[in-house]
Write a protein that binds this ligand. Structure first.
Ligand code: ADP
Ligand code: MG
Length: 602
């Protein structure tokens, strides 16, 4: 090919790739425009995950009729004139790229009326080409409709994520902006259904209730601190918002939401500052929920690092880190109470005595346990499957006959004792075994639950009445999408209102875990998605459940309990590792013992 200057359209399409990656990025850019226009009401309507249609209506200032075409040109902006303006940037946009990029890869219709004008203008474009322009009557503000995104760039279309993923991503953006702009009323409609709404009361707390649900919000504490930067004491930075008390936590950092001067940012280091503030308050691997607004002089934040502007650069990153950490720590320390360790005790699992519902533990773990009544002799629960309650429960797993018929995968082991309330020492025909009780129990539960799942046996369920749970709009979409596989795992959830579900039942194994924690655990696993070559989401959910309910390290077990545990481990398919791949046991063969003591060859 000879060298030629590319046409404007092709240049625009190539450049669009930087800003407009997916439907959610269109929503983000348009929302920013509406917010920059001073809108008080913003309505977002999405069809087909945004690929088919995105419509955003606002009551902002609108665009002057003689500027509407220019708005769609590349590098056309009303927000910046000189490069120095970047130092005092308080609008979300400034690059003048979004409308041009969007128009180059979709069919756009915009109706806008500037506040100072009598009439509005409607303009229609397809692939950057203006098709129509007309004067129309319209309320002041702007309505932009983006249809058939990427219709003229098939290569990009191929890389689009699933519709459900896109819906979720869009809901995430909308909820984030709603948090940053609590005085703006947002309504999000997906496929004709309202999924999220804020009141525009100006109160972040109201937005958080709409986003997280009242239950979770009750466990959030306010953060409100204005602190001087360490290296330049005359510069102040404020941090406000909410952060969770130590008893509310999540499995990943994605629930830490940060804004700088009204702009949502992604910053691993600053998220880490928030996590650091919880040092010693949270178990490792657990993360807080936080929504924090930082305000600092705009010249100390470089927002022009990335076309999407999700990353920013701070003039004094260490100072910012320290301020966030101190601000959050202050709120957490003020209110922190040491969380009570929750979790099922072995006795609850094995007798089912804790609640009226039979726990599958009764059927599966014939442990001898002490019953609470003092002076009463501990009883041996009936063998698997013969428990009266289980017989009466049509939903229980009929483990009885199956369990013994499973082939033995370990030799018969005899329990000798327990070390540090954590490891079981046992002896077998070929030497000494040290077994991690938690890992072993995890393995046992995992195989039992997965077997029931694969044979489409209904797991024993605990029915609940009137338990509702409110989720953020994105989390709700995710649950909705997986209702049937969750049902197969024993979670019966029924949509009830935009982002609320009635929890009808949960696996009986989980009776002792707070519903909130359970459902958020599910969300975290579903969020991780199912990539090719990766284990199915269901298996991961089961793994998580088993980890949570398995007996813990530090729990003293009776010899019979240990023996029962080992007996079940002996018949696991993969008795040597826990479902996470860590070893369940150490084995020292008789030969090794003999060698260590110098008896071999003697
Ligand atoms: P930027 O936001 O970076 O300036 P855009 O391409 O997103 O660039 O928008 C170009 C211009 O169009 C903006 O500077 C603004 O003047 C105008 N504009 C876009 N959307 C709106 C809107 N919803 N309300 C009012 N003006 C708008
Ligand atoms: Mg913009």
């Amino acid at each position: 090919m000879s060298i030629q200057i590319l046409s404007d359209v092709v240049v625009a399409q190539i450049a669009a790739g930087e800003v407009i990656e997916r439907p959610a990025s269109v929503v983000k850019e348009l929302l920013e425009n509406s917010l920059d226009a001073g809108a008080q009401n913003i309505r977002i309507e999405i069809t087909g995950g945004g690929r088919q249609r995105i419509r955003i209506s606002d009551d902002g200032v609108g665009i002057p009729s003689d500027e509407i075409e220019v708005a769609f040109r590349r590098h056309a902006t009303s927000k910046l004139r000189t490069i120095e303006d970047l130092n005092s940037m308080l609008t979300l946009g400034f690059r003048g790229e979004a409308l041009a990029s969007i128009a180059s890869v979709s069919q756009v219709t915009m109706v806008s009326r500037h506040r100072s004008e009598e009439n509005g203008v409607v303009i229609q474009l397809a692939g950057s080409e203006a098709l129509r322009r007309q004067t129309v009557g319209a309320p002041s503000g702007t309505v932009i409709t983006v249809e058939n995104l990427f219709y003229n760039t098939p290569a990009r279309l191929k890389f689009l994520k699933k519709e459900a993923t896109e819906k979720r991503q869009i809901a995430l953006y909308v909820t984030r902006y709603a948090m940053a702009y609590p005085h703006v009323r947002f309504v999000l409609e997906q496929d004709g259904r309202e999924v999220f709404r804020t009141s525009g009361s100006g109160n972040l707390a109201d937005v958080l209730v709409a986003t997280l649900g009242l239950e979770s919000f009750r466990s959030m504490v306010e953060v409100d601190a204005t602190l001087a930067l360490r290296s330049s004491a005359n510069i102040q930075m404020s941090v406000s918002g909410y952060t969770s008390v130590p008893r509310l936590h999540r499995a990943d950092r994605n629930h830490i939401t940060l804004f700088v001067n009204g702009r949502w940012i992604q910053d691993t280091r600053l998220s880490y500052a928030v996590v650091q503030a919880y040092h010693t308050f949270l178990m490792t691997g657990r993360y807080p929920i936080a929504v924090l607004m930082m305000h600092l002089p705009p010249h100390l934040v470089d927002v022009n690092v990335h076309p999407v502007k999700a990353e920013v650069r701070f003039a004094a990153p260490d100072d910012v880190f320290a301020v966030i950490q101190r601000a959050v720590r202050r709120s957490v320390v003020d209110l922190a109470t040491v969380p009570a360790m929750r979790g099922p005790r072995l006795s609850d699992l094995s007798t089912g005595a804790a609640g009226a519902w039979p726990s599958p533990g009764l059927a599966q773990m014939p442990f001898e346990v002490e019953i609470a009544t003092p002076g009463q002799r501990a009883r041996m629960p009936l063998p698997a499957g013969q428990g009266k309650e289980v017989e009466n429960d049509p939903t229980a797993i009929p483990v009885g006959p199956e369990a013994p018929s499973r082939p033995r995968t370990l030799p018969i082991l005899r329990v000798i004792g327990q070390i540090g309330a954590t490891y079981i020492v046992a002896e077998g025909p070929s030497g000494l075994y040290v077994i991690d009780q938690h890992a072993a129990h995890e393995r046992i539960l995992y195989e039992q639950v997965m077997e029931a799942y694969h044979h489409e046996k209904q797991l024993a369920q605990l029915r609940l009445d009137a338990q509702t749970i409110h989720l953020s709009a994105p989390d709700a979409r995710l649950i909705e999408e997986h209702l049937s596989s969750l049902e197969r795992l024993g979670f019966t959830l029924e949509p009830f209102g935009p982002s609320t579900f009635i929890v009808r039942s949960i696996p009986a194994l989980l009776t002792d875990i707070p519903i909130e924690e359970l459902i958020h655990g599910l969300v975290a696993e579903l969020e991780a998605g199912h990539a090719p070559g990766q284990e199915a989401v269901e298996a991961r959910i089961v793994r998580r459940i088993c980890k949570r309910v398995a007996i813990k390290a530090g729990q003293i077990l009776s010899t019979d309990e240990m023996q029962a545990l080992i007996r079940q481990l002996e018949r696991c398919q993969s008795p040597h590792t826990c479902p996470h791949g860590r070893p369940t046991m150490l084995h020292m063969t008789s030969e090794q013992l003999a060698r260590e003591f110098g008896r071999l060859g003697a």
